[in-house]
Design a protein around this ligand. Structure first.
Ligand code: PHE
Length: 461
């Protein structure tokens, strides 16, 4: 129709490649890097995990990132409409990806809200001596008989703040909202994060932590679960196959070098991730030294426990712990926020294009619905359980499934490989060859298919 073609002609754009790159880094670098990676790497072979991790990055991460970029940039729409422009039924895949993103946003917001609270708690080390009891009992109120209707749960306030901030940014739009936030937050995050890592490395015991982190357990390399963990981590961390990078690329100006930008984003993301591992484990080395034990004997090194129970305990023992705490939780808030706005933009843009809503109306509708769900689920006592279940299904299974279907559908069924390859090569400092199609359409689906099979089998048995 004439309205929709007018809308796509007037599509907002990032004002420069730097704007796009910062926004894409903002989406990629988030809780996954700071909060998820260190524990995953440690559990899956330590130093040896870097091998599957790098293999996953090169064989699937970067190639599928290019696929996302090519689809969004060539077909100029959020995931459902972009895929529909390739072939009508493919729209379904776009909605599947958007649903996954939506589900992730619901809990991702909660973790940002917790970080925001803990940023404030750092001022006076409010968590006290028993950080576990404080987090689950006092803060989350797990096991409380029932939340009384007169008392607002502690999580609700930061959670509402996060959602209001997301809504404001989305209403402002791609250039004035999302790009502006990233242009400020990403440099700020980089500086904060660098200070955090430097401080961690100068703590007594830091080197023991690094040894524990990097000492390779070679036998891990023969364990399929380790490889699955590496691929899932790369997908989650690069925000690929969620429809989010399709959406971001669709706002990039027509003459833009997508492949070079992609390499910059992937490199920045992995650097952040590995540095986060170094920072976190240096800190744990300090913790082990204080307790006259070894890092391997420490408990609670993964998931929410690491950031909200173990870390607060270390922070309390550290000289100048409040500053360290503010740096750490500040990084989680900054990184998390630039990621959640990418997710919500992906969802809002899809709804906007599907139902012909205005940009602001779509932004408000989607944020309000997601916020309501997030509040309903995460200001209750079952927050931790919900988080775990959602993470299992959405991140390990949903996303791998989405990547396989996308590769097979777009390249084998719809035969868009050559078109997309040519599209990426029109403006590029280096040429992608047929090997790119080979990686995306042959190697990745075979390998990921096997992984998915293994994963579902272990979950069901
Ligand atoms: N990549 C983000 C992180 O590492 C999370 C994310 C997933 C963002 C999916 C967008 C889409 O934390």
């Amino acid at each position: 129709t004439s309205t929709s073609s007018r809308a796509s002609r007037q599509r907002e754009t990032w004002t420069s490649s730097t704007g796009f790159i910062l926004a894409a880094i903002g989406s990629a670098v988030g809780l996954g890097n700071i909060w998820r990676f260190p524990g995953v790497a440690y559990e899956n072979g330590g130093g040896a995990f870097l091998i599957p991790y790098l293999v996953a990055l090169l064989t699937a991460g970067i190639p599928i990132l290019f696929l996302d970029y090519a689809i969004g940039h060539r077909y100029r729409a959020a995931a459902p409409l972009a895929l529909r422009r390739i072939a009508r039924p493919a729209e379904t895949l776009g909605w599947f990806q958007i649903c996954l993103s939506f589900v992730i946003a619901v809990y991702y917001a909660a973790v940002i809200a917790w970080s925001l609270s803990y940023f404030v708690f750092s001022f006076d080390l409010r968590w006290g001596d028993n950080t576990a009891a404080f987090f689950t009992g006092e803060y989350l109120q797990v096991g409380a008989p029932e939340i009384s209707s007169t008392v607002v749960p502690a999580v609700a306030i930061p959670l509402v703040l996060v959602w209001v901030a997301v809504l404001v940014v989305l209403v402002l739009g791609v250039t004035r909202g999302v790009q502006r936030v990233n242009v400020v937050f990403i440099p700020l995050l980089t500086v904060t994060f660098a200070a955090l890592v430097v401080r961690a490395l100068t703590l007594p015991g830091a080197s023991d932590g690094l040894n524990a982190f990097f000492t390779p357990n070679w036998s891990a390399l023969t364990d399929p679960a380790v490889w699955i963990a590496a691929y899932s981590q790369i997908f989650f961390s690069l925000s690929i196959a969620f429809g989010i990078m399709i959406t971001y690329a669709s706002y990039q100006r027509r003459k833009a070098n997508m492949t070079s930008s992609g390499l910059v984003v992937a490199f920045a993301n992995s650097s952040f991730e590995i540095l986060a591992g170094i920072g976190v484990f240096a800190t744990l080395g300090f913790m082990a030294q204080q307790a006259s034990t070894t890092v391997d004997q420490l408990e609670g090194l993964t998931g929410p426990t690491l950031s909200f129970i173990t870390f607060p305990a270390v922070i309390s023992q550290m000289p100048g712990g409040n500053v360290f705490g503010m740096l750490f939780f500040g990084c989680l808030v900054l990184g998390g926020f630039t990621s959640i706005i990418s997710i919500l933009l992906g969802v809002a843009a899809s709804v906007q294009e599907k139902f012909g809503l205005g940009q602001k109306a779509a932004a408000v509708t989607v944020s309000v619905i997601c916020a309501a769900l997030s509040l309903a689920l995460f200001s209750t006592t079952s927050a931790l359980l919900a988080l775990d279940t959602v993470d299992q299904w959405a991140n390990n299974i949903g996303i791998v499934f989405s990547a396989i279907v996308m590769a097979v559908l777009v390249i084998w069924v719809l035969r868009k490989g050559p078109t997309l390859l040519a599209h990426l090569n029109t403006v590029s400092t280096f040429r992608l060859g047929w090997w790119w199609i080979g990686l995306v359409a042959v190697l990745a689906p075979l390998y990921l298919g096997y992984m998915l099979y293994e994963r579902v089998r272990t979950l069901i048995v």
